[in-house]
Write a protein that binds this ligand. Sequence first.
Ligand code: PCA
Length: 212
Amino acid sequence: MKTVLVTGFEPFGGDLVNPSQEIARALEGRVIAGRRVVGAVLPCVFGLANVELRKLLRTTRPELVICLGLAGGRTEITPERVAINVDDARIADNAGAQPIDEPVVRGGPTAYWSTLPIKAIVAALRQRGIPASVSQTTGTFVCNHVFYGLMQALARGRGRRGGFIHVPPVQAPGTKGQPGLPLATMINAIALAVELSVQRRTDVRATGGQTH
Ligand code: PCA
């Protein structure tokens, strides 16, 4: 059976939880659209995260890869459009490193586009009442670093697709109205994103982006 790799991140910046880690763990071993999901958790550490990711790509040989991370201030599921070649950290990573204005890959291209059907994912989620938007920036911390590393690795392979989706914080039960989404909703959303991404090689032409 072909595999899909879904990664999340360990908690960072003093947090005790990271929903992206919980989602990757929840999807581990599931069969979606005839593909077995391998769920894995990456360290929130510049450099090491991409070493671990490349190991996973070698050992699991996935047809498709979706990397996940937490975007603290967001309220929606946000498939990312683009990874850029810069590390510029506002806080230290989990190993204490804080690169400023450094390239992810010296001499690498300025950016890589996601090869997930990001607009189709947003449309499908909205249809089910799950708040979602295309995001135009992955930031410049470890998530963008991993997204860039992923797309560079995939660009060398043959037709393997992938991308990055940021998720909001977990909304604790009984706190409706607070920013964030229930974990179960986010697990369903990412399962749907996997299904759609396996099924659709091309995106739809539709609105769905944040314009800022
Ligand atoms: N979010 C951070 C890194 C790890 C994570 O889950 C980010 O957005 O860069």
